[in-house]
Design a protein around this ligand. Structure first.
Ligand code: ADP
Ligand code: MG
Length: 463
């Protein structure tokens, strides 16, 4: 296979493995510049992408290429954009996403469970200095988790032990976990940060090389153990066994343990009971998707960190559209800034529209009828009743939720939505949407309900 084709095939495969934003930002537009003695030289568009690919995606890319070519290959990245473009990207006001590595090692050291992240082949785990409490925006959706994390960092081993943080993808679990790590390191405590996969890999390695004692020394002599994405140990028997003993040794000595997971312990179905109960010994804190104000606050904080000017309308638009995931929120801003710098244009609302068309396509095949059905099912009401005349709150509120979601997620106009909801007037629909929009900002439970209804909607579409 010719190197160019192999690279295209690899890109195709990577596109399937990672989310669209990651792929578009880092891999789109890359090309094979040279292939010599099993070494690919890949041209990338800017210095920022080069760093990121080198530090975080190289093993994943090498593995994909090796599979496709059926022979071992190495990959190097080099800038190939015209000089004028590179200059824009060597600007110190660049987004600071690639973790500043302090020990000069290469290859990824972290894997935070994100689809775009490579598997761990860590030499020595580093905490990302960017993940600190000072850079973490606090709002109603993460207040508890933040407060617990802060308390733990102030009194490690004494406040809540273990601390178990859980929540959906891209909501700041790794950020908080590492903020604890950084704060503890600042107090000269010894901190070990691992993903649960890294823990498993260490264990496998120790078993293979008969170095279990070293493994124990490594994990049981520290002050603070941070385990990211602990959900992956569920179902792995020997990992659970070893982790159980690690946990006991540390906890028994009042060493702090903090874990993150995408779900609470009780929802980790294949987790051993004795671990589940231990995970619940200390404090459980969840992180929910942020509300609009908080999304806006996060965007503002990120823009400020990067010293970029983004007009308020543009910020509002991003905060409105990118709803569930802070990583996407950040990714959209990063892409926008990169684009503005590359083209030398100021950021405009049109530019945001363009960038968003990529991330959050409207769901053209989502109809208001489908929304009505899903909402009715969610609340256990008949569609007839939902679209009927009843004004009792248990029906009227779901009806307004249906209006709100249909307005947000479908292309239908207000009169069309009113039609589907039993021939109601467009002003009624508008009123309903406004009411829910206001309530959503105040009512955490409602916000969760809406997120879960949307999940059901999309499952129906793609599943
Ligand atoms: P998770 O581990 O929950 O998947 P991360 O901690 O990796 O999510 O967060 C994804 C991105 O969003 C990171 O760049 C992180 O810094 C950022 N982020 C998440 N929550 C916040 C917040 N409250 N304030 C500022 N940045 C945040
Ligand atoms: Mg994470």
């Amino acid at each position: 296979m010719d190197p160019q084709d192999a690279w295209l095939a690899t890109l195709g495969q990577l596109q399937l493995q990672m989310n669209k934003g990651t792929y578009e930002t880092w891999l789109h537009g890359t090309e094979v510049l040279a292939f010599h003695e099993n070494r690919f030289t890949i041209g990338v568009r800017n210095a920022y992408a080069k760093d990121w690919l080198e530090q975080r995606l190289r093993p994943t890319i090498e593995r994909a290429l090796t599979d496709i070519l059926d022979q071992p290959v190495e990959v190097g990245f080099t800038l190939w954009a015209p000089a004028a473009l590179n200059e824009a990207n060597d600007d110190p006001s660049q987004p600071s996403d690639p973790p500043a590595r302090t020990n000069g090692t290469h290859g990824p050291s972290r894997s935070n469970g994100h689809a775009g992240d490579p598997e761990p082949t860590r030499a020595e785990t580093q905490l990302n200095r960017r993940y600190r409490f000072e850079t973490f925006v606090v709002g109603s959706s993460n207040r508890l988790a933040h407060a617990a994390a802060l308390a733990v960092s102030e009194h490690p081993g004494r406040a809540y032990n273990p601390l178990f943080l859980y929540g959906g993808v891209g909501l700041g679990k790794t950020h908080l976990l590492q903020a604890i790590g950084n704060a503890c390191q600042d107090q000269s405590l010894s901190v070990l940060y691992v993903t649960s996969e890294e823990f498993t890999n260490d264990l496998i390695h120790a078993i293979r090389t008969h170095t279990q004692q070293e493994l124990r020394d490594k994990y049981r002599t520290i002050d603070v153990l941070l385990v990211d994405d602990v959900q992956f140990i569920a179902g792995k028997e020997s990992t659970q066994e070893e982790f159980f003993h690690t946990f006991n040794a540390l906890h028994g000595n009042d060493r702090q343990i903090v874990m993150t997971s995408d779900r609470p312990p009780r929802a980790m179905v294949t987790l051993e009971e004795r671990l589940r109960s231990r995970f619940e010994w200390g404090m459980l804190a969840d992180i929910q998707p942020p509300d609009f104000e908080m999304r806006l606050a996060i965007l503002q904080a990120k823009a400020k960190q990067r010293s970029v000017e983004v007009p308020p309308e543009a910020m509002n638009l991003i905060a409105e559209r990118v709803q569930t995931n802070i990583r996407e929120l950040e990714g959209t801003l990063t892409r926008l800034v990169a684009y503005a710098q590359l083209t030398g244009q100021p950021i405009t609302v049109e530019m945001v529209e363009g960038a968003l068309a990529d991330v959050a396509p409207r769901h053209h095949n989502l109809t208001p009828e489908k929304v009505v059905k899903t909402v009715a099912a969610h609340f256990g009401i008949d569609v007839e009743r939902l679209t009927g005349r009843s004004r009792t709150r248990s029906v009227a509120l779901p009806r307004q939720i249906a209006m709100f979601i249909a307005r947000q997620e479908t292309e239908a106009s207000l009169p069309q939505i009113g039609q589907v909801l039993g021939g109601r007037d467009h002003t009624t629909v508008m009123h309903g949407c406004d009411k829910i929009a206001t309530l959503v900002e105040q009512d955490e439970l409602l916000r969760r309900q809406i997120v879960s209804i949307k999940e059901q909607l999309y499952q129906g579409l793609y599943g």
